[in-house]
Design a binder for this molecule. Structure first.
Ligand code: NDP
Ligand code: 8X3
Length: 252
């Protein structure tokens, strides 16, 4: 069966790699994110390279009305969503909690938690009505192991894990699956975003360690999504080989 896979935050990094891995698998895609131009470029490339159908919708997951309207439009124009990958997310700053910029704290909460809640709340009811679907939420090892300067980011990712578990309980009498993917250190634009565009500081995060690549996480997501109907992978944690906990990393 050709599935339709909706991905939030598909303009870069892990979300973009997930889009490519599902397209290569022959699935149709709905890609979303705030950067319309990037969405269009990715849409064209995916369609030309893999011959699948790709819809692109600009959607900022922190904007409640925009999420409601866009999700309704997607369900009306595209039809059923078989897999929802809640990937859009970010960390901002790496400061002690008492020094944190309030705006950064709230943006992390709004994106990583409220955004995921809103999108899921709009897409899940039809999955329940039609008794099929798979929600794959991108958490983080930070949701298991808090680390210095990341109290709020870690809390948002712990929330992702607990929300997934709660939704799995609430859909237990359906064929819907809910999975949390918890990556460790992945080399993407994540650190550039975290350090507000400071490329040098971002590069230091990946120095001396062979970090995971976005494609490593994408292949795990595809594996989770490609299990038979009776197999539900609830959680998957993926670390770099020289990583033992969220922030315990051996560097050469
Ligand atoms: P990137 O910065 O490369 O990608 C983040 C994506 O999220 C972009 O596509 C961005 O799209 C989207 N996004 C951010 N804010 C919003 C918003 N308000 N509305 C819609 N989309 C938004 O980082 P990663 O690929 O690394 O991060 C993807 C996910 O993986 C995040 O949830 C992150 O927390 C998680 N993660 C990352 C790890 C890492 O080490 N890199 C490890 C563990 C988890 P746009 O700017 O176009 O809106
Ligand atoms: C993002 C990676 O190392 O900041 O979740 O936890 S890390």
């Amino acid at each position: 069966m050709v599935r339709t896979v909706l991905i939030t935050g598909a303009t870069s990094g892990i979300g973009k790699a997930i889009a490519y891995s599902f397209a290569k698998n022959g699935d149709n895609l709905v890609i979303t994110g705030r950067r319309s131009q990037k969405l269009r470029e990715i849409q064209e490339d995916l369609q030309a390279t893999f011959g699948v159908t790709v819809w692109a919708y600009t959607m900022d997951v922190t904007k409640e009305e925009e999420v409601a309207t866009t999700c309704q439009t997607i369900l009306a124009e595209v039809g059923a969503i078989h897999v929802l990958v809640n990937n859009a997310g970010l960390a901002l700053g790496l400061d002690k909690f008492h020094d944190y910029k309030p705006g950064d704290m709230m943006t992390m909460l709004d994106t990583n938690v409220k955004g995921l809640l809103l999108v899921t709340r709009h897409i899940l009811p039809r999955m329940v009505r039609e008794n099929h679907g798979h929600i794959i939420n991108i958490g983080s090892t930070a949701g298991i192991y808090a680390y210095a300067g990341a109290a709020v980011y870690a809390a948002t990712k712990a929330a992702v894990k607990v929300l997934s578990d709660g939704i799995r309980i609430d859909t237990i009498d359906t064929n819907i699956k809910v999975s949390t993917i918890q990556p460790g250190i992945v080399k993407t634009d994540f650190s550039q975003v975290r350090f507000h565009g400071d490329k040098e500081r971002a590069a230091q995060v990946y120095e001396g360690v062979e970090a995971l690549q976005a494609e490593d996480i994408a292949s795990c997501v595809l594996f989770v999504a490609n299990q038979p109907k009776h197999v539900q992978i609830s959680d998957m944690t993926i670390m770099a080989t020289q990583q033992a906990t969220g922030f315990m990393i051996h560097r050469e």
